[in-house]
Design a protein around this ligand. Structure first.
Ligand code: AMP
Ligand code: ZN
Ligand code: FE
Ligand code: FE
Length: 290
């Protein structure tokens, strides 16, 4: 390789350029604060990230402020949960602003329901003799949108499970003693809500679902606009399949790590999904025509 080529390659390497559109912070169940997340994104050479906490937009303004400092971009987003015939479906939303009153009204409903649900999970655990304290948990996590990972971490910390996976498996999944579903709302209502607020609804990590293809078709009829093709847990053959489905239904292609921790965290690490700018560009373009 010529010297010029090497220099150009290094230059390209240095400039932040990557995209990750699925990231969690301490505002829901991630381990990095929005500021830490943005700083990490900058270090890992990301140019565009979306903060997509569960049921909250509270991390967006802090993320944006930090992003300005580092010269990178934060796309506002969130991850909502719908229920469909007893199955949980995650739907990502992009571009709804954190001061959107109509959307906030729903988020508050969901967040309050999460609080009550966490309380109920702890009550059910106490009932089977597990000694953890709800007040201690809420003190630790401040005003975060509480979820099963917070309870799982507490179970690990108090010695009731050796790791998060085990806590989930033994206590927190359907059929286990402390499983409590979230606020019950269907995908049609969620997709409608997102579109009413001028956001872009995207089917998150379809690999989670046994019958994702049928589900996708249903959600396309409900107004879905995109599909998360790239995700930490999507192997290459699935990416290929999802790409062809995106084409078939004329959907936007998105993707992200779904990181809940930093680059070295074992709980969905940040840095392994590095998408090109065209993904973010297409998303922005779609926003203008909705
Ligand atoms: P929640 O929204 O409270 O139901 O919690 C969902 C979160 O729990 C997701 O962000 C997942 O990353 C995490 N999660 C779900 N199942 C498991 C599991 N078996 N082990 C570890 N984390 C899980
Ligand atoms: Zn999460
Ligand atoms: Fe999810
Ligand atoms: Fe997620």
């Amino acid at each position: 390789m010529s010297a010029k080529k090497i220099i150009n390659k290094l230059k390209r390497k240095e400039a932040p350029k990557y995209v990750d559109l699925h990231l969690h912070t301490t505002k829901s169940d991630g381990l990095l604060t929005p500021e830490e997340l943005v700083k990490t994104a900058y270090k890992l050479k990301y140019k565009t990230i979306a903060i997509t906490d569960h049921d909250t937009l509270e991390g967006i303004s802090e993320g944006r402020e930090a992003a300005e400092k580092y010269g990178i971009e934060v796309i506002p987003g969130s991850e909502l949960t719908a229920y469909y015939y007893n199955h949980e479906i995650h739907i990502l939303e992009y571009f709804i602003e954190p001061d959107d009153k109509h959307f906030l009204k729903y988020l508050n409903k969901f967040k309050n329901a999460r609080f009550e649900r966490a309380k109920e999970m702890v009550r059910l655990l106490n009932k089977i003799g597990i000694d953890i304290d709800f007040n201690e948990i809420i003190k630790k996590y401040d005003s975060a949108a509480l979820g099963r990972p917070h309870i799982a971490r507490e179970l690990v910390e108090k010695g009731y499970a050796s790791e998060m996976q085990e806590a989930f498996k033994n206590f927190l999944v359907p059929g286990k003693p402390a499983y409590v579903p979230k606020y019950l709302i269907g995908p049609r209502e969620i997709i409608q809500l997102i579109r009413d607020c001028n956001g872009i609804p995207v089917f998150a990590h379809p690999y989670y679902y046994f019958n994702y293809e049928a589900l996708l078709k249903k959600m396309v009829d409900m107004g879905l606009m995109g599909i998360e093709v790239y995700h930490t847990y999507h192997p290459p053959h699935l990416v290929k399949k999802l790409k062809s489905l995106a084409k078939k239904y004329n959907l936007l292609i998105t993707g992200g790590s779904d990181a809940h921790s930093g680059p070295k965290g074992k709980y969905l690490p940040f840095g392994n999904i590095r998408l090109p700018q065209i993904i973010a560009k297409n998303l922005r373009k779609a926003r203008k025509i909705t």
